[in-house]
Design a protein around this ligand. Structure first.
Ligand SMILES: NC(=O)c1ccc[n+]([C@@H]2O[C@H](COP(=O)([O-])OP(=O)(O)OC[C@H]3O[C@@H](n4cnc5c(N)ncnc54)[C@H](O)[C@@H]3O)[C@@H](O)[C@H]2O)c1
Ligand SMILES: [Zn+2]
Length: 673
């Protein structure tokens, strides 16, 4: 390659990468996979190394993320710069990283590292002064980010006040969307026929940068922290390991798995171990991060324009394979929604065969512009979920056929109804709905009826022994013995399992009944709020909206189901069968961990309010301190108000207090006192 050719390619690559940076960082809507992006960046890096005269400080290889655009958010300059991380994709590259360190320090390894999960989210910087959170911001281009304090404050685990910390402190970490919340959000979007998010990282970025923090609040974001900016020196910490423990002690959520390892070999061992356990994580991890443990070495090594020299991201494999879309079948789910599923020519990806891939909904198909017969690029999102990255349109022959939605339900033949971009089977007795409903009800995280597998459910439905989940409780041994391959013993076992499932509690029952949009977490939140099925059946839209994690759409859909006579009948029959309908976790501690102080006159006797707060698990004290969670301010407040203001303690009017109680307990204040 001549210099001129290299120059041309370098310019092309820079343009391309800048475009993808914009899609990824600014729009949170990438067009290509991370692996494809990484390949472009790598090619650029290699060219710049081969032709140093082409290096330039404004090359994407020298930059972090992207400078935020003019937007609704206030730009903030970070007190100290934020960086990205260099990557290693193999053990050899990891060793090369350690060798670079050896050369730079003029000392032989192996060195001690702290190894952490590389949580796939977006980095944020929290800035505290005198222990009080002043603002939180995104990384942006490392120098200037966007202030997103209100949105960050919807994450309940982010501490607002700290004790015993340096006067000026920056705490850095990752905001992410747990996989469960991500799947729920996408299901909600699918139900609405809207565009789904490609992965939890984009969903997190899109959710954190919402104009309306109330929307952010419904998205269930979480955060984990792992670094300090300002304040690191003053903290007196010696190692990264200590730093993580320190963060934890100060009240920050810290991803728990972190560990120490010696040398590249030690890091490799942790990596292999975590790679195996990756599927069990509640969040998506795209690799591990190894950081030199000894912080004094950080000072010696310093940073490149883009990344620290003392740390490396060792990425998990992200295999991508080309294959063909052979056909599309249509599946009917519990809610009757029809989901297109792509049938692929089987390919092996990261250890298992992939032959089916969800195509989500009509919007998704339109956007991908995918046709039957197309060549597609496929990977496993998060190492688990097969996903089409892109259609290889350049390989089209003209023989490809558009995907045609069926007019009728593939299971029962009912005419499908179309609501916006969502196709639905309106038949309440559709067998697909029944099968799915029973399978879900019996599943491990729901009522956990072991032994009630798919084959058996099919047989029970075929023989007409059950029509819905309530019928499970009417099964007798004779019924079961009449089934193929069902012995005395397994029949008895199954009946015992069914019996045991009566006592799982409201939390599990709500999940098991498959209320629209209600996953495990939401089921628990609903149970905590309403405590009993009877209370939930009477819930209003407003009450539902107050439950953490319930969005407008979910609330409406839940309400509709609760009012549905068929649902009510099902609940009645389950109750008659002896299925428990009370929450296992009692809501008596709705205010646990909070400390209140009251000033001024309230509309109720102060003692009554105090007693109420205490009954709900809160502490009530007489003077305002940094420990106070809220100062309740009545008429003619005293000096406590000033004190609270000077300490940055949040205040509540009486009205606001009652709203808080209602939100936490799901009960009107009148019902509580
Ligand atoms: N698909 C696309 O079009 C596209 C475009 C731009 C970027 N990307 C992806 O984004 C990556 C670059 O993004 P980046 O600059 O945020 O870097 P990165 O994600 O490769 O790694 C750096 C980041 O990791 C995060 N991190 C997570 N856990 C951490 C821990 N325990 N310790 C320290 N940091 C931790 C931090 O946010 C840090 O900034 C690329 O490698 C690419 O995969 C994709
Ligand atoms: Zn049907």
């Amino acid at each position: 390659m001549t210099l001129e050719e290299a120059r041309k390619r370098v310019n092309e690559l820079r343009d391309l990468i800048r475009y993808h940076n914009y899609r990824y960082y600014v729009l949170a809507d990438p067009e290509i996979s991370d692996a494809e992006y990484d390949r472009l960046l790598r090619e650029l890096k290699e060219l710049e190394e081969r032709f140093p005269e082409l290096k330039s400080p404004d090359s994407p290889t020298e930059q972090v993320g992207a400078r935020p655009l003019e937007s609704t958010f206030r730009p903030v300059r970070h007190p100290t710069r934020m960086y990205s991380l260099d990557n290693a994709f193999s053990f050899d590259e990891l060793k090369a990283f350690e060798e670079r360190i050896e050369r730079a320090l003029g000392r032989k390894g192996p060195f001690a590292y702290t190894v952490e999960h590389k949580v796939d989210g977006l980095s944020v910087n929290l800035y505290y002064e005198d222990g009080v959170l002043v603002y939180g911001a995104t990384r942006g281009d490392g120098e200037v980010g966007e202030e997103v304090t209100q949105n960050l404050l919807t994450i309940p685990t982010i501490p607002r006040r700290l004790k015993g910390v340096p006067e000026r402190l920056e705490v850095r970490g990752e905001v992410y969307m747990p996989i469960e919340a991500f799947l729920r959000l996408n299901e909600e979007l699918e139900e609405r026929g809207e565009k789904v998010f490609k992965n939890p990282r984009n969903a997190a970025a899109g959710s954190l940068r919402q104009k309306d923090p109330r929307i952010t609040a419904k998205r269930g974001l979480r955060a984990t922290f792992y670094a300090l900016g300002l304040g690191l020196e003053e903290s007196g910490l010696q190692t990264q390991y200590e730093l993580l423990l320190w963060l934890k002690e100060k009240g920050f959520p810290v991803e728990h798995g972190f560990t120490r390892a010696l040398g590249a070999e030690g890091v490799e061992e942790v990596y292999q171990d975590w790679l195996k356990k990756r599927r069990a994580l509640p969040f998506e991890a795209d690799g591990v991060v190894a950081k030199l443990d000894d912080l004094s070495l950080w000072r010696e090594l310093g940073y490149t324009a883009r990344a620290p020299r003392f740390a490396i991201a060792y990425k998990f494999p992200a295999e991508e394979k080309e294959t063909r879309l052979l056909d599309v079948v249509f599946q009917v789910g519990r809610t009757g929604r029809v989901t297109p599923v792509g049938i692929l020519e089987p390919v092996f990806i990261e250890g298992s065969e992939v032959s089916r891939v969800t195509l989500h909904n009509e919007s998704y198909i339109e956007e991908l512009d995918i046709r039957i017969g197309d060549w597609v690029l496929v990977h496993k999102a998060g190492g688990v979920i097969p996903e089409v990255i892109r259609v290889l349109k350049e390989r089209r022959t003209g023989e490809e056929r558009p995907i045609v939605w069926p007019e009728t339900c593939p299971e029962c033949g009912f005419h499908l109804v179309k609501e916006g971009k969502v196709h639905r089977c309106p038949n309440p007795l559709c067998p697909a709905k029944r099968f799915e409903a029973i399978r879900h009800y019996a599943s491990r995280k729901a009522m956990d009826i072991q032994g009630l597998g798919e084959k058996l459910i099919e047989k029970l439905l075929e023989k007409g022994l059950v029509k819905d989940v309530a019928d499970l409780y009417r099964l007798r041994k004779e019924d079961l013995l009449g089934l193929e391959r069902m012995g005395e013993k397994s029949a008895e076992n199954l009946l015992r399992q069914i019996e045991a499932s009566k006592h799982r509690g409201l939390e599990r029952l709500l999940y098991a009944l498959g209320l629209p949009g209600v996953g495990e977490v939401l089921a628990r939140n609903l149970a905590a709020r309403f405590q009993s099925m009877d209370r939930l059946l009477e819930a209003s839209l407003e009450e539902l909206l107050q439950v953490e994690g319930v969005g407008e759409l979910t609330a409406r859909a839940i309400l509709e189901t609760l009012k549905d006579p068929a649902f009510r009948d099902l609940v009645r029959r389950l109750k008659e069968a002896g299925v428990e309908m009370e929450a296992k976790e009692k809501g008596g501690e709705a205010l646990k961990g909070l400390t209140f102080v009251i000033t001024g006159e309230l509309s109720r006797p102060r003692e009554e309010v105090k007693a109420l707060l205490r009954r709900l698990g809160a502490k009530v004290t007489d003077s305002v301190s940094r420990k106070t969670s809220y100062l309740v301010v009545g008429e003619n407040p005293g000096s406590k108000l000033e004190k609270a203001r000077s300490l940055g303690v949040p205040t509540l009017t009486e009205e606001e207090l009652y709203r808080l109680l209602e939100a936490r307990t799901g009960k009107k204040t009148e019902e509580l006192v």
